[in-house]
Design a protein. Structure first.
Length: 398
């Protein structure tokens, strides 16, 4: 039987379509429309860095320019249509998916307890009980409101105070949930006071959750290896995904496809039958500035294979060793990632500063592309509540 072979252009178009980037960016970006965007993506990663705006806001704004950060508060904190938990990192996830996170809670509870009892703090089990009792009696808390007698540190996760460690464990294990954030600090409460009763009443078997998670990953990736299916939610193990894929191949629910990579090499993937029928007719030429944590770039290796675009976060790289900048944003035009730009919000002076821009190799800068960039930067400034765009000397780099 012949195997479907996708050209690189077809693969890029399908990939972008599954990530909400093949349609002209339009829509109200709130209410039911916003929920559908998040549901289609599967999740939206949360990150604390705010050189312009935080990652989840940038991700949503790239697909809905009318979106504003305040729009997510109602579904997340009031309506409980979303919840915050872990995929490959902290993420905002549709509430109807929560029952399948029971599998994650059970696995994280065992894995993290074993590791943290050994590596983190003494009296780990006792501290869990103390913190859970405190939340039960006093209501929602932040890490600053528990363990008052414990020494604090300005270090990272490896130097949490014992009660902060307990809070994170209880959240990862499903006993606590994030009810809201205050100045981006998580506020934890008992899960039964955050997650709606009708959602908590659902208890899928692990096999059902594995099937749902793998199906949902394929639908959002379009084509994938078993490893990519496992990595999408980071709940299913590689072995479980491999077995699931074989079962789907046996029944004809998946079929092999060959994808042409940016370097011309072919790579075998799996996809639903009729994948080519889902190709978008065209891709918008509008230039979009993406978050480094955009779902289209989350899997750096996959993005590099498809687009020939190598991206690495350089926040933790010493300044003199960086290839680009502290936090640079990829730029998308049509089906090409055409460069990366270093921009930051100067809120004191109401300006979006352009420090540097690096076009990708072979991308010519000027004319229409410069006009598209300026239009996008104007939109970005309005999104961030800024009034002007300023340009550093020698901003265009090679």
């Amino acid at each position: 039987m012949s195997v479907l072979r996708l050209t690189n252009a077809e693969a890029r178009a399908l990939f972008l379509a599954r990530h909400g980037l093949a349609d002209p960016p339009a829509g109200p970006g709130k209410g039911a429309d916003l929920m559908q965007v998040i549901r289609d993506l599967g999740f939206v990663q949360v990150d604390s860095v705010r050189t312009v705006e935080r990652a989840h806001h940038m991700i949503l704004r790239a697909r809905r320019p009318a979106y504003r950060p305040r729009n997510i508060a109602a579904p997340l904190e009031r309506d409980r249509a979303l919840f915050e938990h872990w995929t490959h990192d902290a993420s905002v996830i549709p509430m109807e998916f929560w029952p399948h996170w029971r599998l994650r809670f059970a696995r994280d509870a065992a894995k993290l307890r074993h590791r943290w009892e050994r590596e983190r703090r003494e009296c780990f089990g006792e501290k869990l009980e103390q913190v859970l009792d405190h939340v039960h009696a006093h209501g929602p808390v932040t890490s600053a409101e528990v363990g008052a007698e414990e020494s604090r540190s300005s270090g990272g996760w490896w130097d949490w105070h014992p009660s902060k460690t307990a809070l994170e464990y209880l959240w990862r294990a499903g006993h606590l949930s994030v009810t809201r954030r205050e100045n981006f600090r998580k506020v934890y409460d008992l899960t039964e006071r955050v997650i709606p009763d009708h959602i908590r009443a659902i208890h899928p078997d692990p096999e059902d959750s594995i099937d749902w998670l793998c199906n949902a990953a394929v639908d959002r990736l379009g084509f994938a290896t078993s490893g990519e299916i496992a990595a999408f939610w980071a709940i299913v193990t590689p072995a479980e995904a491999k077995d699931w894929c074989q079962g789907q191949l046996d029944t004809g629910s998946l079929e092999p496809v060959e994808v042409t990579c940016a370097d011309g090499n072919l790579r075998r993937h799996l996809a639903r039958p009729g994948l080519r029928d889902t190709l978008p007719e065209s891709l918008p030429k509008r230039l979009r500035i993406l978050s480094p944590f955009d779902p289209a770039l989350r899997d750096r290796t996959r993005a590099e294979r498809l687009f020939g675009f190598r991206y690495r976060i350089e926040i933790f790289t010493p300044a003199h060793k960086r290839d680009y900048g502290y936090y640079v944003f990829p730029m998308l035009e049509g089906d090409r990632l055409t460069g990366r730009i270093d921009i930051s919000a100067d809120r004191l002076n109401g300006a979006l500063n352009v420090t540097a821009l690096w076009p990708e190799k072979g991308v010519k800068w000027g004319g229409g592309r410069q006009a598209r960039l300026e239009a996008e930067l104007d939109r970005m400034a309005r999104f961030a509540g800024l009034e002007a765009v300023t340009w550093s000397p020698r901003w265009l780099r090679t």
